[in-house]
Design a protein. Sequence first.
Length: 252
Amino acid sequence: MVDPKIRIENVNLHYGTFQALKDVSFDISERRITAVIGPSGCGKSTLLRCLNRMNDLVKGVRIEGRVVIDGEDIYRSSMDMVNLRKKVGMVFQRPNPFPISIFDNIAYGPSIHHFASKKQLPELVERSLSAVDLWDALKDKLRRSAMSLSGEQQQRLCIARLVAVEPDILLMDEPCSALDPIATEHIEELMRGLKEQYTIVIVTHNMQQAARVSDQVAYFYLGELIEYGSTEQVFTRPNRRETEDYITGRFG
């Protein structure tokens, strides 16, 4: 049996006196898209931020349990946080390109990680932009500001910026929420292609999107994992009435 890429074991998370996650445990498979769904405030984004320890930056947070990635407990005291966040990259709801050139957006991460020499950067930029289908459109505009791009192109650029440092895992927190339907379709197509190389965990409120792009689905409610299984099973044969009520629109 193949070990999971990510193993979440009995995770509890408190923001002060409020418990946002309650004894959450499940495994995430390698090179699959796992969608985390549920109503607002159910702990979806909190869980996502547990996977690269971004919650550590929030004052008053207390976390119990383990998150194991490739057999390594990322909450051990000796964890190298720089390497963790290089390995586990994150895409946010709204594109957040740096207010510098397109080229420098991609080159920034490899440069600060000493991942590539100055001579290697042009090839790395081309490879990263090609991975998100932007190279042909932008190869003659690399010195333009990234802020001049469309919303969809900015989100693709942010994904390319992660790809440039060769992560293993991509976390996506509502990556299409600020995009129109056509741009959303393009990003979904991109995600399906990226899973050939990366393990992807996506938080989404969009049930249709979860059904279209994911291989596995985790349904959360009030900080608890209610149901987890293959996308087909969860959407067509849910084991829990709460799951069925949510995905059919009777609740949430």
